[in-house]
Design a protein around this ligand. Structure first.
Ligand code: SF4
Length: 375
């Protein structure tokens, strides 16, 4: 970034801060408080890193929702992955999953005890592992929202076309729209506006949020991750809220199309079917999972290795569930920063690079704004 760009960005940031202050004054005059939610781990981190909450006027509450796929995954899934590692299967996973607590242990502990747990940065690494170890079974931990589903299924498609027979997926794919519908329909949670996720929207498209605006009257803005993107998104949400006209604004049109990525969606549809999924904190949400179609069950690690996924045991003191619903702020958990710390996390929200507790711990600032999001 050169100086000219830097000055332009500072000017734009100042412009949006003034606009947010104007919206705050109008809310104060009208005696209203607006409650906005972001549902994207990258937004969570960017909002904390750039201290965006610190200059929001008092009438604007911005809370984080279930935007971290690792955080919403049941500990029973980790138990199954640990069992696979204990059995000598090569477990390939993104790094965040390694330290997330299961019911009794972690994948890091399984690795320390001799289990083969391989951290990868791309799903294609799992394919390479399977190709390089033809005498071993490789299981990829397929955890993620639509953003992650697309590249994982592209990897599976490559495995199918290359005739790779020793690779399977332990799926915990989740869909964002059913989770948003569940949150919006919860009478105990009030959401006036959604800062819609950017990467997920690049796959599913901005039109996926139309029902929330048109049926539920919730303002929706698809926004990118740069500080200016987020400020622009918040300004758009407040304009909608104050005008009383909810709609879907796509402020990230340089990446997100109304109908999404049709090629990725078609590939996902070829391999996957919606099913019910259990979300930490939100319970079972219909049609919020994406499971392998029966004709691809040979790639389903559960079937292939005879695993029965059981609900896991949560740490009784961990309040991740309430935090993921935006009902509590991380600092409202009595264990935050003491018994639960990034070096010795008790819940996934403190482990994941996109977790709400990790963001609050790392950047501090005015995160404790969740109280009041409930109706
Ligand atoms: S601070 Fe730790 S124990 Fe508390 S909710 Fe967050 S992850 Fe769970």
């Amino acid at each position: 970034m050169n100086y000219r760009d830097g000055f332009r960005r500072m000017e734009a940031a100042g412009h949006f801060r003034r606009r947010l202050a104007d919206h705050g004054r109008q809310l104060a005059r009208e005696g209203r408080v607006v409650r906005l939610m972001e549902v994207c781990g990258s937004h969570t981190m960017a909002i904390a890193r750039y201290a965006i909450r610190d200059f929001l006027p008092a009438g604007i509450r911005l809370v984080s929702g279930p935007g971290c796929p690792v955080c919403v995954t049941d500990p029973g899934y980790l138990d199954a992955a640990i069992e696979l590692a204990d059995r000598g299967v090569i477990v390939s996973t993104f790094g965040d999953m390694v330290r997330v607590p299961g019911s009794r242990s972690t994948l890091a502990q399984a690795r320390a005890e001799g289990g083969r747990v391989e951290v990868c940065y791309s799903p294609m690494s799992a394919l390479e592992l399977a190709r390089n170890h033809p005498a071993s079974e490789v299981v990829f931990l397929a955890v993620g929202f639509e953003t992650t589903v697309a590249p994982v299924i592209a990897m599976l498609d490559a495995a199918v076309s290359q005739g790779i027979g020793n690779l399977s997926l332990l799926t915990a794919f989740k869909r964002i729209p059913p989770a948003l519908a569940a949150l919006i329909s919860d009478p105990g949670i009030r959401i006036d506006g959604l800062l819609c996720p950017a990467h997920v929207s690049a796959i599913i498209g901005a039109d996926a949020y139309l029902p929330f605006a048109e049926t539920h009257g919730v303002a929706c803005v698809v926004a990118g991750f740069e500080p200016l993107d987020i400020l622009l998104g918040l300004d758009g949400l407040l304009q909608q809220y104050l005008s009383g006209k909810a709609r879907v604004d796509n402020q990230y049109a340089r990446v997100v199309k109304p109908g999404g990525n049709r090629q990725a969606l078609a590939l996902m549809d070829r391999y996957l079917l919606p099913g019910d999924a259990s979300w930490r904190g939100l319970g079972t949400i219909p049609a919020s999972a994406l499971n392998l179609r029966p004709e691809f069950s040979r790639f389903d690690a559960g079937n292939r290795h005879g695993l029965i996924l059981q609900p896991g045991r949560l740490n009784p003191g961990c309040l991740c569930g309430e935090i993921l619903k935006g009902k509590l702020a991380p600092e409202e958990c009595p264990l935050f920063g003491g018994a639960c710390h990034p070096d010795r996390p008790l819940g996934p929200c403190m482990v994941s690079s996109e977790g709400n507790c990790a963001a609050a711990f790392r950047y501090g600032g005015k995160v404790g704004m969740a109280s009041g999001v409930c109706a």
